[in-house]
Design a protein around this ligand. Structure first.
Ligand SMILES: C[S@@+](CC[C@H](N)C(=O)[O-])C[C@H]1O[C@@H](n2cnc3c(N)ncnc32)[C@H](O)[C@@H]1O
Length: 262
C-alpha cells in the first residue's frame, strides 16, 4: 500500500476477466502475507467486522445484481435498535488502507457508523485487529473493489463518502487507472443522501487538477469547500508529503439536491 503507483508491477492493464478485457482496475493485486497477529484477529473477529459479500469471478468483486442494505449491515433496522441508532449517520471510506483514519474517526464519533472499503487484505486484517482491541462496534469492512461495492449499495444510504490519498497513478500510461473519474462520481451520487458529502484529499497536484476537472463536470455535485476537513487525521502520507514540500489538496462536494431525481 503505497502512494506511489510507479511501483506498479506491470504496464499491462489488469482486468477482472482475462478473457473479457473490459474493466480497468485502480489497484494492483498484491499477495502479501498477513502478520500472525492480524491473521488471528481476522479469524477471531472477521465475522463481526467483515461483510460477507457474494462474489463473481474474482475474490474482490461483488456479485452483479447483489444489493447491500448498509442500514441493515449495521443492525439499524433491527426492532431492538434505539431511535438514536436508527438515525445514525453513515460514512463510507474508500481505500481505507491500514485504517488510521477510520479507526480515529470511529473512536471519536461512536454515534456514526463507518463502512471501510479496501482491496488490500493485510489492511483489512490490521483494521479488524485495531477495531477489536478498542471494542469498536461502529465499523464494518468490505474487502472489495469499491467500484463494485458502490453499485451494490442501496440508494440514498450514505451521509458522507471519504477518499483520502487515492493512488495517484502519475505516469501518463497509468492515468486511466485513476479511481476518481466523472463516471465514478456519477455512480456515487445516487448512493448519497440529499445533502450528502463527498470529501477528497490528495498530495498529488496533477491528480488534484484531474479530480477537479472530472468531478466539477458532474452536475449533481457542487464543490463547496477546499479547506482542510477538521475530522481528517494527519496520516503517514500527509507527513511524508509535507517533508517533500508537497501541498495537500482537499475538496468537498455536496449533492446538488435540486438535481437529484426523486
Ligand atoms: C495510497 S493508499 C491510501 C490509504 C489511506 N486512505 C491513507 O490515507 O492512508 C490508497 C488505498 O486505496 C486502495 N484502493 C485502490 N483502489 C481501490 C478500489 N478500487 N477499491 C478499494 N480500495 C482501493 C489501495 O489498496 C490503497 O490501500
Amino acid at each position: 500500500m503505497q502512494n506511489d503507483s510507479s511501483t506498479a508491477d506491470s504496464d499491462t492493464i489488469i482486468t477482472e476477466t482475462p478473457q473479457k478485457r473490459t474493466k480497468i482496475l485502480s489497484f494492483v493485486r498484491r499477495t502479501s502475507k498477513l502478520k500472525v497477529t492480524d491473521e488471528t484477529a481476522l479469524k477471531t473477529h472477521g465475522k463481526q467486522y467483515l461483510l460477507d459479500l457474494p462474489r463473481d469471478n474474482s475474490p474482490l468483486s461483488v456479485q452483479k445484481g447483489y444489493k447491500l442494505d448498509v442500514n441493515s449491515a449495521f443492525g439499524m433496522d433491527s426492532e431492538h435498535a434505539t431511535e438514536q441508532a436508527v438515525s445514525a449517520k453513515i460514512v463510507m471510506e474508500i481505500g481505507c488502507g491500514m485504517g488510521d483514519q477510520i479507526i480515529y474517526a470511529a473512536e471519536n464519533d461512536k454515534r456514526t457508523k463507518f463502512l471501510g472499503v479496501e482491496v488490500y487484505l493485510p489492511g483489512i486484517a490490521r483494521i479488524i485487529k485495531r477495531a477489536s482491541e478498542k471494542s469498536l462496534t461502529n465499523i464494518k469492512l468490505a474487502n472489495a473493489d469499491a467500484t463494485d461495492l458502490i453499485t451494490a449499495i442501496n440508494d440514498r444510504q450514505l451521509d458522507e463518502v471519504w477518499v483520502f490519498f487515492p493512488d495517484p497513478w502519475h505516469k501518463n500510461k497509468h492515468k486511466k487507472r485513476r479511481l476518481l473519474t466523472a463516471d465514478f462520481a456519477k455512480s456515487l451520487v445516487p448512493k448519497l443522501k440529499p445533502n450528502g458529502i463527498l470529501r477528497i484529499a490528495t498530495d498529488n497536484a496533477d491528480y488534484a487538477k484531474f479530480i477537479r476537472t472530472s468531478l466539477d463536470s458532474v452536475t449533481q455535485l457542487k464543490p463547496t469547500s477546499t479547506d482542510r476537513f477538521a475530522g481528517r487525521l494527519v496520516t503517514a502520507f500527509e507527513r511524508k508529503a509535507s517533508v517533500r514540500g508537497d501541498v495537500v489538496f482537499e475538496v468537498e462536494y455536496v449533492i446538488n439536491t435540486s438535481l437529484m431525481s426523486n
